[in-house]
Write a protein that binds this ligand. Structure first.
Ligand code: VTB
Ligand code: MG
Ligand code: MG
Length: 331
């Protein structure tokens, strides 16, 4: 009888999870130099450069599909850029510093984020807004819907969770455009948790037990939407999205990036992140999800979450770093 040790083997079965953590750790340590210094561009630049460098040693043939912008507007990690040391063809989605303002102001939830899937599996989305709705695992499929009134969604969610609406918390970015969403949520009897920034962390929070967030809703960045979708796949939550267009140029760009599709269609989770997905995020500043980087002279401690959709394994990784033996994060 011939044994088939590799039956069902997928390229993401390689130990890429740990390699990905190294990438988000590097970016977080570089950004942490700028925490609380009011200089968001410097923080972002440091994270981008460290992340770009860290990718050089990852054994993949990666293409950035969600990145820092178009080739002519971003010096590195631009859309279409090839990264990695060679290996299986992978799609890469990055936000080297998700929450530049949070980092600059030393407020909770600044993260460095990377997601990875086999080539062709992430939505190619322009840097525009996306309407999003996210709920956690173990709920009936379709319990909430982007097109339903928020009051109905909250009622259905409460029923599925066997809770009273008054026990639910909806999380949204604090923006004028969300005034109606916030008012209607409160009218329905639920609580609202408002964030100044950082809806990738909010989407993850909606999927984790004990986070005190039952649903994330509202509009934020489309790139952050794809990254959130990758994370939501890993934690087996539910998410829908829809690109929001402000002009014809944005529609043209979305059509070019995702040919043959209606750019304003309602996107399911698998329209944004298909296949086996890996996700890693490292805290820059401390929040409920992750602790931020703690520096102490020539040492630092990092906290990361790394997850994989196929196995559903969620790992929290604590890294203890010694700058006397490293060059890339010594600044
Ligand atoms: C959104 C959100 C991000 O920035 O992109 C937001 O998805 C910007 O929104 O998580 P506004 O244009 O309304 O300010 C973040 O909060 C941080 O990158
Ligand atoms: Mg960014
Ligand atoms: Mg961002």
């Amino acid at each position: 009888m011939t044994s088939k040790p590799n039956a069902g083997y997928q390229v993401t079965d390689r130990n890429l999870a740990l390699e990905l953590v190294r990438v988000t750790e590097a970016a977080a340590m570089a950004a942490s130099h700028w925490t609380g210094r009011g200089r968001k561009n410097e923080a972002d630049g440091a994270a981008v450069e460290a992340m770009r460098q860290a990718f050089d040693t990852v054994a993949i043939d990666g293409t950035v599909v969600i990145g820092e912008g178009e080739m002519d507007e971003a010096p590195m990690l631009f859309i279409g850029e090839k990264v990695g040391a060679g290996g299986p063809a992978m799609d890469i989605a990055v936000d080297p510093l998700e929450g530049t303002n949070l980092c600059a102001k030393n407020m909770p939830n600044a993260l460095t984020v990377v997601a990875l899937a086999e080539a062709g599996n992430f939505l190619h989305a322009p840097d525009i807004y996306m309407e999003k709705i996210v709920v956690g695992p173990d709920l009936p499929a379709g319990v909430v819907d982007l097109d339903a009134a928020i009051g109905i969604n909250l009622r259905e969610l409460a029923r599925a969770k066997r809770k009273d609406i008054s026990e639910l918390t909806l999380c949204a970015l604090e923006r004028e455009r969300h005034e109606e969403l916030i008012a209607k949520t409160r009218e329905a009897g639920a609580r609202v948790m408002l964030l100044s920034d950082g809806d990738v962390a909010a989407a993850i929070a909606a999927c984790l037990p004990d986070s005190r967030v039952d649903i994330y809703a509202g509009s934020g960045g489309a790139p952050e939407g794809v990254l959130a979708a990758a994370a939501v796949r890993c934690v087996h939550g539910q998410m829908q999205g829809r690109l929001l267009f402000e002009n014809d140029e944005q529609i043209r760009r979305a059509r070019e990036m995702d040919p043959g599709q209606d750019p304003s269609r309602k996107l399911g989770l698998y329209d944004m992140a298909r296949g086996d997905v890996l996700f890693s995020a490292t805290g820059v500043t401390s929040g409920p999800l992750l602790r931020g980087i703690r520096r102490d002279g020539k040492r630092a401690v990092s906290h990361s979450i790394v997850m994989r959709s196929k196995s559903g394994t969620i790992r929290f990784v604590e890294g203890h770093h010694d700058f006397t033996t490293k060059t890339w994060s010594a600044n």
